[in-house]
Design a protein around this ligand. Structure first.
Ligand code: KIV
Ligand code: NA
Length: 265
């Protein structure tokens, strides 16, 4: 098992190998994820909710993400480390470049940012400056105030068509990966077919090129929020933390997770 590289992600999609991703916030869990063969590790701004106890991801700062990125990076040898650009760190290309530079210097190999539209310009600006980017569409938690809550996106035909256009736009802007969150299964499947870059789903059905879950959700840690439909507690099945990571990786690779009960028709 060689360490993951950015170009190897597109190879995995071409070869039909599913990508297994988890969020992580510290070195101890990072070491266990690496040992379990988790391909991609995300320092998500979900840390604002599951680690810091906030009601949204909006209070998270670049300094917070950089701190946890450095912690996680010390625990990884093989997995590719992706770090979230927090709320408004990607508001302009210049701000995004400053924040991304900090995150790459803390050990990330890629940054993730939410949205399309003017964010395509941000993606292009970063990629031209040697910063690999993961895009994130569908339910984008940094949009919670405009959206009025955490809801499935792309449900009607017009919204689905817009999502497909946005997905093509972030690919054309240079993104290497695309996270799809809370998107109906057929819409995520169509986007996955449309794109050369891998899609990573969370609440987006089994046909994405990979899956991601929040660590706390996978282990059944109660974060004080309603448990979303797409969550599965793999600790119950795996019997230990290492077993939970292995059970999750196996289920994603065989295509048994997510099931219909974890997805939106
Ligand atoms: O912040 C996060 O954990 C995320 C994943 C849910 C994709 O963005
Ligand atoms: Na996030």
């Amino acid at each position: 098992d060689k360490p993951w590289t950015v170009p190897a992600l597109a190879d995995a999609k071409r070869d039909g190998r599913k990508l297994v991703m988890l969020t992580c916030y510290d070195a101890g869990f990072a070491r266990m994820m690496d040992a379990a063969g988790i391909d991609l590790v995300l320092i998500g701004d979900s840390l604002g909710m599951v680690v810091q106890g906030h009601d949204s991801t909006l209070p998270v700062t670049t300094a917070d993400i950089a701190y946890h990125t450095a912690c996680v990076a010390r625990g990884l040898d093989k997995a590719l480390l992706i770090a979230d650009l927090p709320f408004q760190a990607d508001a302009t290309p210049e701000r995004a470049l400053d924040a991304s530079t900090r995150l790459l210097q803390a050990g990330a190999a890629m940054v993730k940012l939410e949205g399309a539209g003017h964010k395509c310009e941000v993606i292009r600006f970063l990629v031209e400056r040697e910063i690999p980017v993961c895009a994130h569409l569908g339910l984008t938690p940094q949009s919670v105030l405009r959206l009025g809550g955490y809801k499935v996106q792309g449900r009607d035909e017009a919204a689905a068509a817009r999502l497909r256009e946005d997905a093509k736009a972030v690919q054309e802007a240079g993104a290497s990966l695309l996270v799809l969150e809370c998107v109906p299964t057929p819409v995520a499947a169509a986007i996955t077919k449309d794109l050369r870059i891998p899609t990573i789903g969370i609440g987006a059905g089994p046909q994405c090129d990979g899956q991601v879950l929040v660590l706390h959700d996978l282990l059944g840690v109660n974060s004080g929020h309603r448990r979303p439909r797409f969550v599965k507690d793999f600790l119950a099945q795996g019997g230990s933390i290492a077993g939970a990571f292995e059970a999750y990786a196996t289920a994603v690779r065989e295509g048994s997770f997510p099931g219909a009960e974890h997805s939106y028709a």
